[in-house]
Design a protein around this ligand. Structure first.
Ligand code: AFP
Length: 359
């Protein structure tokens, strides 16, 4: 290590010193970084690695699995199952929680992860990521599904890795959000972005606008007002971005502000949102809150949602806190039937959306 550089293990030992988690949590997160380095190596090989393309299997949500989804899942399990630090693991790619082989000691944590978020982007060489959440486990014996179903406020650590032009790790143990960059020559994550802060205000938003006609009216109102720019009620121009890889969109927001929305929509009435609570919304919500931002369903704090199933979906709105507060206000006004915005000319032209959403 070059002098003056802080590696992720040194940083974690210092951050957790004197806490209940001081020995084991740092060790577990270092195991997670080992998996992240392996996934980074696989994703960066691209077509040369032979890892691109889909398998003929589906995950529990009926999505076709990519080879890299499965390989990344295996990498996380292999890096974290042996050390006596986890009692069990759950992931987007496994229908049920993973029970550790008999020979491995059970540890004090549950690890929940999305091994390769945005994996539909791998074949087109766009940034993807790994998201992880850590809960304490104090019971004896292998955890049941019910042991995992705890709200995001109980997370003791959360983070993500982004496999972009550089590989970065962004994590929190509840003491701010911090970013590390992988130095491939020495094989270590080095602290490069301490104490990240999301600006409270922004003029940039990320949403998949192809779903606009399926959104609820409060989200349609927010986006219509932003798109109206200087000539609309917000009296300033906005900018949009959509990478279709949540980690990459969130990373941009941590670097320069903005908001990300994957709201509830009526496209598939059986799904109250696209993103998964336990391994996408909760860990990213903790990261965002620890950086001074907000993470909401539009009607409440994501981290306070009581999970009812491992793979449940949730509406997600997060980022610069004043814009998230505005979205929550729009939802509250709509729910109280006090939303005057729908009398505005912005919506007269769009009565189709309004009528569809209210019906
Ligand atoms: P995949 O992991 O299946 O590519 O899904 C990525 C994701 O969960 C999230 O990372 C994106 O923000 C969102 O889905 C993209 O959804 P759309 O395909 O509807 O844009």
């Amino acid at each position: 290590m070059q002098s003056g550089r802080t590696t992720v293990s040194k940083f974690l030992i210092e951050q957790l010193h004197g806490t209940d988690d001081q020995a084991d949590l740092a060790a577990l997160l270092v195991d997670v970084t080992a998996a992240v380095k392996a996934i980074s190596a696989m994703t960066s090989k691209g077509a040369l690695g032979g890892f691109l393309g889909a398998l003929d299997t589906q995950n529990v949500q009926g999505e076709v699995q990519k080879k890299l989804d499965v390989l990344s899942n295996d990498a996380m399990i292999q890096a974290c199952e042996w050390g006596g630090l986890v009692a069990g693991m759950a992931s987007e790619e496994m229908d049920d929680p993973y029970t550790l082989p008999k020979e491995f000691e059970r540890g004090p944590y549950l690890l929940i992860f999305d091994p390769l978020d945005g994996s539909s982007n791998t074949d087109v060489n766009v940034s993807v990521g790994t998201i992880f959440s850590v809960l304490r486990h104090t019971k004896i014996g292998d955890p049941t599904v019910a042991d995992y179903l705890r709200p995001g406020v109980e997370q003791v650590a959360a983070g993500y890795a982004i496999y972009g032009p550089s590989t970065m790790l962004v994590l929190t143990v509840g003491k701010g959000t911090h970013g590390f960059t992988l130095d491939r020559e020495i094989g270590n994550f080095v602290l490069t972005h301490p104490d990240l802060k999301i600006p409270a205000d922004t003029s940039e938003f990320a949403i998949n606008t192809s779903n606009e006609r399926f959104w609820e009216p409060p989200v349609q109102r927010y986006v219509a007002e932003a798109k109206a720019g200087k000539t609309g009620p917000r009296e300033r121009d906005f900018n949009t971005r959509w990478i279709a890889s949540m980690v990459a969109d969130v990373h941009r927001i941590l670097m320069r502000g903005g908001i990300f929305m994957y709201p509830k929509d009526t496209k598939d009435p059986s799904k109250p949102g696209r993103l998964r609570l336990m391994y996408e919304a909760n860990p990213i919500g903790m990261i965002v809150e620890q950086a001074g931002g907000a993470a909401s369903t539009g009607r409440g704090r994501i981290l306070e949602v009581q999970p009812t199933s491992l793979h449940q979906r949730v509406p997600v709105m997060l980022g610069s806190k004043n814009e998230i507060a505005r979205l929550e206000r729009y939802h509250a006004e709509y729910d109280r039937g006090e939303d005057k915005a729908f009398d505005s000319p912005l919506f007269k032209e769009r009565s189709l959306y309004r009528d569809e959403a209210r019906s």
